[in-house]
Design a protein around this ligand. Structure first.
Ligand SMILES: NC(=O)c1ccc[n+]([C@@H]2O[C@H](COP(=O)([O-])OP(=O)(O)OC[C@H]3O[C@@H](n4cnc5c(N)ncnc54)[C@H](OP(=O)(O)O)[C@@H]3O)[C@@H](O)[C@H]2O)c1
Length: 219
């Protein structure tokens, strides 16, 4: 039985990935900053017959990541890290405040790096270890009013491609690119007018899982 740790698993794509991997037979560790949605997803995962565990962890805080990864690895053997947590940052550059910019870079870039670095020694002891980084088409081309978000996702792309080379033959590292999805990601912004026209995160999760033997997934 393999165990997957998914970040940002209380909502949106992370939640659907948790449910889909549970149906595929994985034990699921859901993480995020808010415990309430994580507990709800944990119960949903358990209701499909899989093991599930919830841990509160802010990936943007290196100390928190170290502490919680220590707890998780003392209680579980983790085979697969799915870096899904991320935040948006949209609008003309001159209108973005520095707090928003810092949060986007701190979460999307540093959060992904902190957690991967902390869990990697543990993953390297497992056979068939995997890391998947949820990037976005924003990691492939520049977009109007998305400069900081795009910068953060280009950074995650560079991180992912480098680890693919650095860990070749030891850990299967997957870069996943997708367009818009109808998730809470868009709740605090009017950057997208009608999110209901976007793909459902369930559909995207199923497409991802069907292709996770690849190094690059394009949806
Ligand atoms: N929605 C789209 O159109 C779209 C398109 C392409 C790529 N993506 C990417 O897909 C991923 C998932 O996004 P989503 O659309 O599913 O949005 P979402 O529902 O807002 O999910 C993001 C999750 O990240 C968690 N999170 C945020 N900051 C965190 C932190 N510092 N530490 C730990 N967890 C944190 C949030 O939970 P808490 O607030 O409880 O921490 C939330 O559950 C993101 O990486 C996003 O960039 C989204």
């Amino acid at each position: 039985m393999h165990t997957i740790l998914i970040t940002g698993a209380g909502t949106g794509l992370g939640k659907e990935l948790a449910l889909s991997y549970a149906k595929k037979g994985y034990s699921i560790i859901v993480t995020g900053r808010r415990l309430e949605p994580l507990e709800a997803v944990k119960e949903e995962v358990q209701s499909v017959g899989a093991k599930a565990f919830a841990y509160q962890m802010d990936i943007s805080n290196a100390e928190d990541v170290k502490k919680i990864v220590g707890r998780i690895t003392s209680e579980h053997e983790v085979d697969y890290l799915l870096n899904n947590a991320g935040v948006g940052c949209f609008g003309p550059l001159t209108e973005l405040d520095s707090d928003e910019i810092e949060t986007a870079i701190q979460t999307n870039v540093l959060g992904t790096i902190f957690l991967t670095k902390e869990l990697l020694p543990h993953l390297l002891k497992r056979e068939d270890a995997k890391i998947m980084n949820i990037i976005s088409t924003a990691g492939q081309k520049g977009k109007v009013n998305e400069s900081v978000y795009v910068a953060s996702k280009f950074a995650v792309r560079g991180f992912t491609e480098s680890l693919q080379k650095e860990l070749e033959g030891k850990v299967h590292v997957i870069a996943t690119y997708m367009g818009g999805m109808d998730t809470p990601f868009w709740d605090e912004t009017d950057h997208i007018k009608d999110k209901s026209r976007l793909k459902s995160p369930r559909e995207v999760a199923e497409m991802i899982i069907a292709q996770d033997d690849k190094l690059e997934i394009q949806i």
